[in-house]
Ligand binder design. Structure first.
Ligand SMILES: Nc1nc2c(ncn2[C@@H]2O[C@H](COP(=O)(O)OP(=O)(O)OP(=O)(O)O)[C@@H](O)[C@H]2O)c(=O)[nH]1
Ligand SMILES: [Mg+2]
Length: 233
């Protein structure tokens, strides 16, 4: 866990958050649910990826979504079209979900559904490349997204997100012909920060690479990630 302190209150905020995250994970485990926390800058393509994921994996996998957004339910409404429960959490001025907010989401899910029926909870975090990586919410794995329009240097400039990721999706690959984008350089920068993450280039627009992502999700449900599908460490 990363140590930071709120000087005014003298409270180790991250310690409190970590306790809550551990409780959320224990609750998920009791219900037999795996939880993935999707994080990225605003607009990297989290909701677009979730749309494709829900379209492809339900009803094979019983999925619920916890949708973090500062003020609107725009993303939640996009995802509700896929017929899965979507619990919307507005974080107000907060730039990330924390474990207490997600505990509220879990409570609502359990109130409205039989939680033991679900295999997977997908959390879409607030768009931000820094703060969400600091606050665990009870996930079993962290999935970071970086779109190719953001630049190959981002893993070096915003290291925590990339250090924490179990899986990194390089998104919007369909735009590569229009950009000076160097996939090899990006992968090298990620590897400086994180030698173990699975790296999957994808396009939610064309569908390229999405089968590898779906394979990663399926493998994660069985708790052994098939990294043969990914760019090797
Ligand atoms: N060309 C292209 N555009 C994409 C792709 N994925 C998403 N987009 C576009 O990128 C924009 C942002 O996509 P979203 O899925 O809303 O991104 P997000 O990460 O959920 O955004 P926030 O929730 O605001 O952080 C939209 O205009 C999408 O249509 C892709 O694979 N290729
Ligand atoms: Mg979104």
């Amino acid at each position: 866990m990363h140590q930071t302190f709120d000087a005014a209150l003298g409270i180790n905020l991250l310690h409190v958050n970590q306790d809550g995250a551990d409780q959320n994970r224990t609750q998920f485990d009791q219900w037999g649910i795996r939880c993935l926390n999707l994080m990225s800058s605003p607009g990297a393509g989290k909701t677009a990826l979730l749309e494709q994921t829900l379209a492809a994996l339900t009803p094979e996998i019983k999925i619920a979504v916890i949708e973090g957004d500062m003020t609107t339910e725009l993303d939640a409404d996009r995802l509700r079209r896929y017929g899965v429960p979507v619990i919307a959490i507005n974080t107000g001025r907060s730039c990330h979900l924390d474990s207490k907010m997600v505990a509220g989401g879990i409570h609502r899910l359990a109130h409205e559904h039989n939680p033991a029926e679900f295999d997977l909870v997908l959390v879409e975090n607030v768009g931000n490349l820094v703060c969400p990586a600091e606050f665990e919410v009870g996930e079993h794995a962290k999935v970071a997204l970086l779109s190719i329009t953001e630049g190959e240097d981002k893993p070096l400039k915003y290291p925590l997100m990339f250090q924490e990721a179990d899986c990194l999706l390089i998104t919007k690959m369909d735009l590569a012909p229009h950009l000076d984008f160097d996939l090899e350089q990006l992968v090298a920068n990620v590897r400086q920060m994180n030698p173990r993450a699975d790296i999957l280039p994808v396009s939610a627009k064309t569908g390229a690479g999405l089968e590898h992502w779906f394979g990663w999700v399926r493998s994660h449900l069985h708790q052994s990630v098939n990294s043969a599908l990914a760019i090797a460490p």
